[in-house]
Ligand binder design. Structure first.
Ligand code: FES
Length: 105
């Protein structure tokens, strides 16, 4: 975790739908958010392989994000490259507090 980071307001809680990938521009970073099984997950909007826009991908049956370009799969909770190509998706702490979603970086 970046010790110089801080929690940034991202969107109202009701703006984040269950199991839907949504992209937000937070100044210097574009973040993809996913609400799944009671958790809010935040990760880089672009695939670490060749920059595909992950919000244009989908969620597979195991809850992994599938990149729309070459179909590599990533665990949105920890960035693990579940399809085995050796990449790591950057993830960020996220929380839902009093009706707002916050992301830390
Ligand atoms: S750009 Fe995402 S898998 Fe290649």
């Amino acid at each position: 975790m970046n010790p110089t980071g801080y929690w940034r307001l991202c969107c109202p809680s009701e703006g984040l739908m269950e199991d839907r990938l949504q992209e937000f521009d937070l100044g210097e970073k574009r973040i993809c958010l996913l609400r799944r099984a009671g958790r809010v997950l935040a990760f880089s909007a672009n695939c670490p392989h060749a920059g595909g826009r992950l919000c244009e991908g989908w969620i597979d049956a195991r809850g992994r994000v599938v990149c729309p370009v070459h179909h590599y799969r990533f665990d949105p909770a920890n960035g693990y490259n579940a399809s085995g190509e050796g990449y790591k998706l950057k993830t960020f702490p996220a929380k839902d507090v009093e009706g707002s979603i916050f992301v830390f970086f």
